[in-house]
Design a protein around this ligand. Structure first.
Ligand SMILES: [Ca+2]
Length: 324
């Protein structure tokens, strides 16, 4: 995984830029957020970039200058990391134009398994919930179908009386839960319609940014969905299929949430990516998200009696800031 740290001097608007790797532009026009003078930076994580060498080009698109140091828009590349290893480069782009970097000459290992997580070698998750002590951080729970009887597993079942059940990190405010980063759920699920692993708005207000990591269609097709609050205040959504994945087997479903980009993985393999309707985390003016596992029985009328379930073996979160 390639990670680029970006910051800016904002003046009459923010610096805009593009990132190109080995001649291919990654995503669209990006807008810097973090203030260089405040010592902050945006972290842009680009999965699927393994061992080098690579050519990385950062293009500053919209320089502006009002004649003084205080009236100057600039873009900074504060660092480039390959698989968490600093490539020892940085640059200030004070005028519109492109800066090229050659990286990866000392190698890298690409995205790989570390336990159940898909993290580059040398990176560590910030949070790991292995369900060895009941619900763990998924302590905010409801309904009759929450089963912690097996150590190391959290199972949510549908029940004969068709009650919703679930367990989640408590959605206790915009700054709670987790922000940009890599979320992984190691789960298996059986049945049609109802079982889910998702990220819920940490304000607990819906419609809002809901990122469904795993849901199942009535024909057994697993999929993920991005929900957002539309201009008229209602819910809009778009789904991405987990094609070729058998959800009845244990898999690790991961969602990489970056500024302006969402990417889905199964067992470390990238399955889809999108730059449309990507929510912002709390640090960037939006709200964080709260991981949740559950059973929405409203979806599975006619399939009652406890045969729908989801079992989680692990949840992890890594903020993807290099080296912790
Ligand atoms: Ca400038």
């Amino acid at each position: 995984m390639l990670t680029v740290r970006i910051s800016q001097d904002a003046w009459q608007g923010s610096a805009q830029y593009t990132i190109t790797v080995d001649g291919t532009q990654i995503g669209g026009v990006r807008t810097a957020n973090a203030s260089h003078s405040a010592g902050k930076y945006d972290t842009i994580s680009i999965p699927g970039i393994g061992a080098g060498p690579h050519k990385v080009a950062v293009k500053f698109l919209n320089d502006a200058w009002g004649g003084t140091a205080a009236t100057d828009r600039n873009l900074y590349v504060d660092g480039i990391y390959l698989d968490g290893v600093s490539q020892g480069v940085s640059a200030k782009l004070s005028t519109t134009g492109t800066r090229d970097f050659s990286i990866g000459t000392s190698g890298g290992q690409g995205v790989a398994y570390v336990g159940e997580q898909i993290l580059p070698a040398g990176w560590k998750p910030d949070v790991v919930e292995s369900f060895n002590s009941g619900k763990g951080i998924f302590s905010h729970s409801w309904g009759p179908g929450v089963d912690t009887s097996v150590k190391g597993q959290l199972t949510i079942r549908s029940t004969w009386d068709d009650k919703d059940s679930g367990a989640m990190v408590k959605p206790a405010g915009a700054e709670k839960g987790f922000g940009y980063g890599l979320y992984s759920f190691t789960v298996k699920a059986e049945g049609h319609i109802g079982p889910y692993a998702l990220l819920w708005p940490s304000t607990d207000k819906w419609p809002g940014p809901e990122l469904d990591v795993l849901e199942i269609l009535s024909n057994g097709q697993p999929y993920s969905t991005v929900h957002w609050k539309n201009a008229s205040g209602g819910d809009s959504y778009r789904s991405n299929m987990w094609n070729g994945v058998d959800e009845t087997q244990k898999h690790t479903y991961s969602l990489l949430w970056e500024h302006g980009r969402l990417t889905g993985f199964v067992d470390g393999k990238q399955m889809w990516t999108t730059t449309s309707n990507v929510p912002k985390d709390y640090a960037h003016g939006g709200e964080n998200l709260a991981p949740s596992l559950g059973m929405q029985t409203r979806w599975n009328n006619g399939e009652l009696g406890g045969k729908n379930w989801i079992t989680a073996y692990e949840f992890s979160y890594a903020d993807m800031n290099p080296l912790g």
